[in-house]
Design a protein around this ligand. Sequence first.
Ligand code: AMP
Length: 398
Amino acid sequence: MVYNKKTIEDIAVKGRNVLVRCDFNVPIKDDVITDETRLTGAIPTINYLIENGARVILCSHLGKPKGEPKPELSLKPVARRLAELLNREIVFAADDIVVGENARKAVAEMVDGDVVLLQNVRYRVEETENKEAFSRELASLAEIFVNDAFGTAHRAHCSTVGVTHFLDTCVCGYLMQKELKYLGEAVANPQRPFVAILGGAKISDKIKVINNLLEKVDSLIIGGGMAYTFLKAQGYEIGSSLLEEEKMAYALEMVAKAKERSVKLLLPVDNICGDSFSADAKTVVTDDENIPSGFMGMDIGPRSVKIFKEELNDAKTVVWNGPMGVFEFAGFAGGTLAIAATLAELEATTIIGGGDSVAAVNQLGFGKKMSHISTGGGASLEFLEGKVLPGIDACNDK
Ligand code: AMP
């Protein structure tokens, strides 16, 4: 899907009330935000709006309060930290009903350049049901809507889609624009060779991604737990590795599709195996694809790393989603580490497609070396599946 949506730079914002849907769904422990990536990601849009004299009303969800006010999922810590990051006052409108007395008063008192943060939109049960009344309430605060929450763009909720039915001007923020630029160009118009790397636990989560990417890429590398269903389907022994038996036929279909389209499909040719799913499992490295009984494949082996690296060396565009092994255990992180290190050195557009691969890349210290790290796990997968994302679709076309 190619999007050509209006952005904040295409509209006049001075003196206007602008409702910005951000993704402030940050991890919080003991009132402290433990990963600020999503806050810092939102700053460019907020700063642009402040500098251009808008009256900025921020909203977001946090966690899953399931339609009830839960104090531990209040956005208060976000308001506090955001005020520090922006170096200005932020009025936190702490209404349990989100658009309540505090919010209305705060918005009525705003002057140009002011910032108000609303309470967690998922305190309202209607939010995830995309109900009209709450959408209207949100829209009633503003004249313009900006969607900068790529992470929830695949969901049609009141604060991502419903609200756009009641405001004429709905545009994308900078963070959304960046996601569309990298993911959009990779999928629609990639510089070639275009290599995708898929890993992680399950084929079933990424079935449509595999299918869609096989129509776009020059090579597809498959590692992680999902590789073993492919290997088993091709007649190899996989011991007690992850297996989705009902997906074996599909795996063979994908192997055939790759051949038909002349896409190079690379699977592990050796494995690092453990005798149990634990950090201190007894390990063996296999000579080939086959895994002995009593062992499970928990990382790609050294020959696979070498072959995958060689394939990546010439790539001009790389999209990566899902670790090559159980990277959470040091003994099985080597494959993921090697792929991350290879990508970090490439003269190519490197895109990390959300979720666990982002955690892996950051944890291993390669975050800054990638061209783009997507802020949305589920959303980036749906993007790579070729689906229309309703939150983006609802913004005005250029
Ligand atoms: P996903 O969310 O689908 O990207 O899956 C990420 C998870 O897959 C991580 O928690 C990894 O530990 C897990 N994973 C990767 N490789 C394997 C494997 N060979 N066996 C079991 N789990 C794996």
